[in-house]
Write a protein that binds this ligand. Structure first.
Ligand code: 5GP
Length: 123
């Protein structure tokens, strides 16, 4: 199955990339749900949160740390922000390569969900 985010990493699909290192990439979400909405994505393909192996612990920690570092750099860290990992159908995951949503730029409501489920992205 094609992996949309691997294609973005390989520059086969354009994206508004805001950060990249050896292990992770961050780019703006194509359908932003807040004034700031980007995704932190590991370069290693991991399908869902259920597939994280022991050897991936540092990588997942790096994803979360990257959200905070970018928050400081972009100026929203002190106001606050939300990070979200969606997992599988009930979690609303539509792209099956793990990614950390980072949402910021306004007060965010709680609870964070709607009753309707999203449809998976065809890949
Ligand atoms: P999920 O629904 O799996 O939690 O999150 C997938 C996210 O990827 C969605 O917020 C969606 O807007 C975003 N997305 C889907 N296709 C693209 C794309 O081609 N480019 C970018 N930048 N984001 C995408």
């Amino acid at each position: 199955m094609e992996d949309l985010f691997l294609k973005i990493i390989a520059r086969e699909i354009p994206a508004d990339i805001i950060y990249e290192d050896e292990y992770v990439i961050a780019f703006n979400d194509i359908s932003p749900q807040a004034p700031v909405h980007f995704l932190v994505v590991p370069k290693k393909k991991i399908r869902t949160l259920n597939d994280i192996a022991d050897e991936d612990q540092a990588l997942v920690g790096r994803m979360i740390q990257t959200a905070g570092k970018l928050g400081k750099k972009m100026g929203f860290a002190e106001d606050g922000y939300r990070t979200v990992f969606n997992c599988n159908e009930y979690g609303g995951q539509t792209v099956f390569h793990i990614h950390l949503h980072v949402l910021a730029g306004k007060p965010l409501g709680w609870p964070p969900y709607q009753e309707t489920l999203k449809q998976p992205v065809e890949q």
